[in-house]
Ligand binder design. Sequence first.
Ligand SMILES: [Zn+2]
Length: 161
Amino acid sequence: MDIRTGFGYDIHQLEEKKDSFVLLAQVIVLGDLHIVAHSDGDVVLHSLSNAILSGLGKEDIGYYFPDNKDETKNMSSLDILSFALNEMKKEGYHLSNVVVDILLQQPKLKPYREEIKKNLSQYLNIDISRIGLAANTGEHVDAVGTSKAVVVYSQVLLMKD
Ligand SMILES: [Zn+2]
């Protein structure tokens, strides 16, 4: 049996901005923080794309979508994820399950959990029961804890078709 694990990470800087939002798996999380990014800054989709590509032994998303090029300016992170999923299909793998851990000090993600999982289920084309979602704060220390950054770790299991 050919199975592979993939691990992904992404971090984005946060800026204080009144009545703004943070985009997590394309879910608009309202608050007074705004993600600093060249693309739409969907840190969840970036981390997951990195995880899928790493499982395939490929480069990370910064290699395929450099953040200093006009072509990638304001691009939808769904296009980045589609690229990673397409590479996976080309190599003859599918996703067994994914685990995502979001590290954000505030706002609380509880009201958004179901919507985030639902979107991931749709984008990744896997059952919602195959998506593990954890949300942690930074316990008021470090860049996450002082709301200067949002970090997402993710892990995927790829299985040969
Ligand atoms: Zn990113």
